[in-house]
Design a protein around this ligand. Structure first.
Ligand code: PEP
Ligand code: MN
Length: 346
C-alpha cells in the first residue's frame, strides 16, 4: 500500500496515518519525501477496509494498493524513473553510462592500463573483479583486498568511479570501503543473506540477473535490498542459460524494456557475459542503446589474449575505443528519446 500525504503535512498528521495503518495490522516500511510525503506499508490484512479508512483521513491525498509482489521497486510505487547518484554522475538519468574494465583485477600494470584506456575512450566507471566467482575451485579466485587497493589506486589516477563484485555478506563493509558500486554476480542473485546485508549498506548496488532466473525473481531480489533500507539498486541483464551453445548465454534483450515497464530502477546490459564472444559485443551494445538501457557493463582488457579470466569476451583498448565512437550517434538518438520520455512523464 502506498499512501501519499497532502502537501506540507505535519509530522503529527503523518504519525496519525501511520498509527491507523498499524491498527489494520500493516507495517510501515518507508516514509519518503519532504514536502510531499509518501508512506509505504506492507503486510497482510484487510486491504480494502484499510484503504477506505486511510483515504477518509483529511490529511491523505491518495492511498493505493500495489498489486505487484515487489512493492518498492515497482512502477506502481514510483511512476518516474529513479536516478542513482554514483560518484557525481546519475545512473538512470540523461547520460548513457558505460562501465568498463577487465573481468578480474590481475596486476597493478594491467588495471592501470585498463583504467587509463577506458577513461580516455569515455567510460564512466571502471569495472574489475577482486573477488571472483569461478566455476572451478582451481581457477584464479581474485586478488581480494589487494585487488580492491589497486582499484582505488586506478580511481585516484583516472577519476573513474569503481564497480566491483562482493560475493559474501561478510565482505560487504570491506568492499564498500573501496567501491562506488557493489556488483552482485549472477550466481549470487538469490543469496538472501547477502541481499539483506546490502540493504544496510550506503553504496549503490548493481544486481545481475541469475542465469536461470525470471524477470520477476530478479525484481524480488532487488526488493530485498530496497526493503532492507537501500533504495540505490541498478539491474543488469547479462544473458540467461538456454539450449543455445554458440553464445555463452542467451541475451534476453526484451528483458530491458520489460523491466523498464515494471520497475523504476535503472537497467543496464552486460554484452560480454551475454555473448561470451568479443565479435558480438558492438552489435549487442548498439541494441542496448536502441532499446533504452541506461548503460553497459563491458569487459575490456589491455591484452585479452593474456587475460586470466574471460579473455575471449574482452575487447582490447582499441576495439573499445572504436565501439565507443561508433556508439556515439546512437547515444545521441537515445538522449533525444530520453528527453521526450521525461517530458511526457512530467
Ligand atoms: C563478471 O562480471 O565478471 C561476472 C562474474 O559476471 P556474472 O556474475 O554475470 O557471471
Ligand atoms: Mn567476467
Amino acid at each position: 500500500m502506498i499512501i501519499s500525504m497532502k502537501l506540507h503535512s505535519t509530522r503529527e498528521e503523518i504519525e496519525q496515518v501511520c498509527e491507523r495503518i498499524g491498527d489494520f495490522g500493516y507495517k510501515i516500511h518507508a516514509i519518503e519525501g519532504e514536502e510531499r510525503v509518501v508512506i509505504g506499508a506492507v503486510g497482510v490484512g484487510d486491504v480494502a477496509a484499510c484503504l477506505d479508512s486511510i483515504e477518509a483521513m483529511p490529511q491523505v491525498e491518495k492511498a493505493v494498493r500495489i498489486s505487484a509482489p515487489y512493492k518498492f521497486v515497482s512502477r506502481e510505487f514510483r511512476p518516474e524513473k529513479s536516478q542513482i547518484r554514483v560518484d557525481g554522475r546519475d545512473i538512470g538519468g540523461d547520460e548513457f553510462i558505460v562501465m568498463a574494465g577487465p573481468c578480474s583485477v590481475e596486476s597493478e600494470k594491467q588495471i592501470m592500463q585498463a583504467a587509463e584506456g577506458v577513461a580516455k575512450a569515455g567510460a564512466t566507471l571502471l569495472r574489475g573483479g577482486a573477488f571472483k566467482p569461478r566455476t572451478s575451485p582451481y581457477d584464479f579466485q581474485g586478488l581480494e583486498t589487494e585487488g580492491l587497493k589497486l582499484l582505488a589506486k586506478a580511481k585516484r589516477a583516472t577519476g573513474l568511479g569503481v564497480i566491483t563484485e562482493v560475493m559474501s555478506d561478510r565482505d560487504v563493509d570491506l568492499v564498500a570501503e573501496y567501491a562506488d558500486v557493489l556488483q552482485i554476480g549472477a550466481r549470487n542473485m538469490q543469496n538472501f543473506a547477502l541481499l539483506k546485508a546490502l540493504g544496510k549498506c550506503a553504496r549503490a548496488v548493481l544486481l545481475k540477473r541469475g542465469m536461470s532466473s525470471t524477470i520477476k525473481e530478479l525484481l524480488m531480489s532487488a526488493e530485498y535490498i530496497v526493503a532492507h533500507g537501500n533504495p540505490n539498486v541498478i539491474l543488469c541483464e547479462r544473458g540467461i542459460r538456454t539450449f543455445e551453445t554458440h553464445t555463452r548465454n542467451t541475451c534476453d534483450i526484451v528483458a530491458v524494456p520489460a523491466l523498464n515497464e515494471l520497475t523504476h530502477l535503472p537497467v543496464i546490459l552486460d554484452p560480454s557475459h551475454a555473448t561470451g564472444r568479443r565479435s558480438l559485443i558492438p552489435a549487442l551494445s548498439r541494441a542496448a542503446v536502441a532499446i533504452g538501457a541506461d548503460g553497459l557493463l563491458v569487459e575490456v582488457h589491455p591484452a585479452p589474449e593474456k587475460a586470466i579470466s574471460d579473455g575471449a569476451q574482452s575487447l582490447d583498448l582499441h576495439q573499445f575505443r572504436k565501439m565507443m565512437s561508433d556508439l556515439r550517434p546512437y547515444i545521441e538518438l537515445w538522449k533525444q528519446a530520453r528527453v521526450t520520455e521525461t517530458a511526457a512523464a512530467v
